[in-house]
Design a binder for this molecule. Structure first.
Ligand SMILES: [Mg+2]
Length: 174
């Protein structure tokens, strides 16, 4: 399977990514997808658990939100968390990932893109030359149709790859 479709690591949720594990993965900077990664599409705020995770992670890691969503909606979300963002990112194109890294002095070798979509987040990460971490989508049924149509081929590719969902103690990212 082409590596462009292959995440470096799969986890069930960002909540499985402890700060110590992220450190051991050699990371300083995180590019985070928004919809279905940090919150359900229709939610305005992340859950209490994910808010707490963000609070802990931002103490140690530089975070930029990177979403294909509209700037106004994603901007509202980012402002409420006081996090920098780039919206309308057109992932899988890597252009805005590269821009975010340039603007925020992020070293690509110490950066991961974390998201729920193989054909957007993983491809964009691979094309931008950063680590790719795939999470299981939060309430994908709420997404827009043009995102939902990609779920079936994503499941097929992931089944062929047979990559397990890892937890901290089972770490084996390449
Ligand atoms: Mg998403």
């Amino acid at each position: 399977m082409l590596s462009i479709f292959r995440p470096h690591l799969r986890v069930a949720s960002v909540l499985d990514l402890s700060t110590s594990w992220l450190r051991r993965l050699g990371l300083d900077h995180l590019l985070l997808d928004v919809d279905c990664t940090l919150k359900a599409y229709r939610d305005e705020q992340p859950s209490a658990e994910i808010s707490a995770w963000l609070e802990a992670v931002r103490q140690q890691f530089q975070i930029v939100l990177i979403s294909n969503g509209r700037a106004q909606r994603i901007g509202r979300f980012a402002d409420s968390l006081d996090l920098p963002f780039l919206a309308e990112a057109m992932k899988p194109l890597p252009r805005k990932l590269r821009r975010a890294m340039r603007q925020h002095n992020m070293d690509p070798r110490r950066t991961a893109m974390i998201g729920d979509q193989l054909f957007a987040d993983v491809m964009a990460a691979r094309l931008a030359g950063v680590m790719s971490i795939l999470v299981e989508a939060i309430h994908p049924e709420q997404e827009r149709w043009f995102s939902r149509v990609k779920r079936a081929p994503q499941h097929l590719v992931l089944r062929l790859q047979r990559m397990p969902l890892l937890r901290d103690s089972e770490e084996s990212a390449d």
